[in-house]
Structures are given as C-alpha cells and as structure tokens.
Write a protein of this length. Structure first.
Length: 153
C-alpha cells in the first residue's frame, strides 16, 4: 500500500511540475512571437506613421545627490494615420532602465517613454541616451537623451 501511495504522489508531483513548465514555455513563446511581430511592424513601410516629440528630446535634469534615482519622461504624439508601435526601448548604460508603452498608440493620441537613472557610484556630469525603435517613416530609431550632475554625498 505504501508503495502504491508513493507512486501516486510521485506521479502527481511530476505532472504538477511539467504542467507549470509547459505554461511557462507557452508564455515565453507568445512573448517572443509578440516581440517579433512588433519588430516586423516597425520595419514594414506600409505601417509607417509619424511621431512628434512634445518634450525636448534632450532634457537637463539638474543636480542630484549620488545614490539617488532620477526619473525622466518624454511625451510624444502619434501625428500619422497608422497606429504607432514602439517595438523596443533601450538605454546606453546599465545604470538607466527605460520603459515603453505596451499597446500601440492610435493616431492623434499621446504616450510616454520613461527612464530611471540610478546615480550610485556615478559622480560628476552624466549624459545618457535612450533609443526608441518605432514604425515611423524617415527615422525608425529615435535617440533621446538626458544630462544630470551627480553630486558627491
């Protein structure tokens, strides 16, 4: 009886583990497919639209004490006639993390790109870049930047 109970419990555990792994793999596959679709849309000229940067593409954030985290936001508007797809946003340095809108921005609507800069171990004047890949005609890779003067504690 103990032997049969052990087999049943082992089988249950094995099934539980594999079913979670399958869900995890399925989610990763869906995420990968979604990213590939967004990248394809960004490079397909039939889907090109226009972007207008409402805020300056270069921002001076002034002074911050070393160790502080600073957030910067760039606002934009889709001035074209197709949905604006921000397929990727990346930063020039590991000290900066950038976020993008997940959903397409419909024509006439506004959106934001946000970045957080961690000034730990970064004294002096810092200039960081954020790159935005979008389905825009002319320029598909937009460069945003900010400057911050990190003061020693």
């Amino acid at each position: 009886m103990k032997y049969i109970l052990s087999i049943v419990l082992s089988s249950s555990l094995l099934f539980a583990c594999t079913s979670n792994d399958v869900n995890s793999v399925d989610k990763q596959s869906v995420d990968s497919a979604k990213r590939a679709q967004q990248l394809n849309a960004a490079s397909d000229s039939a889907n090109f639209t226009q972007i207008q940067w409402i805020d300056s593409i270069h921002q001076d954030l002034g002074k911050v004490n070393e160790g502080g985290v600073v957030e910067v936001t760039w606002r934009f508007k889709n001035t074209g006639d197709k949905p604006l797809i921000i397929s990727n946003v990346s930063a020039s340095c590991g000290c900066t993390v950038a976020d993008k809108p997940e959903a397409p921005v419909v024509p006439g609507e506004e959106g934001t790109i946000k970045a957080k800069f961690d000034s730990k171990d970064r004294q002096g004047m810092q200039r960081k870049d954020v790159y935005v890949l979008a389905n825009t005609s002319g320029i598909t890779n937009h460069q945003l930047s900010f400057a911050v003067d990190v003061q020693k504690k």
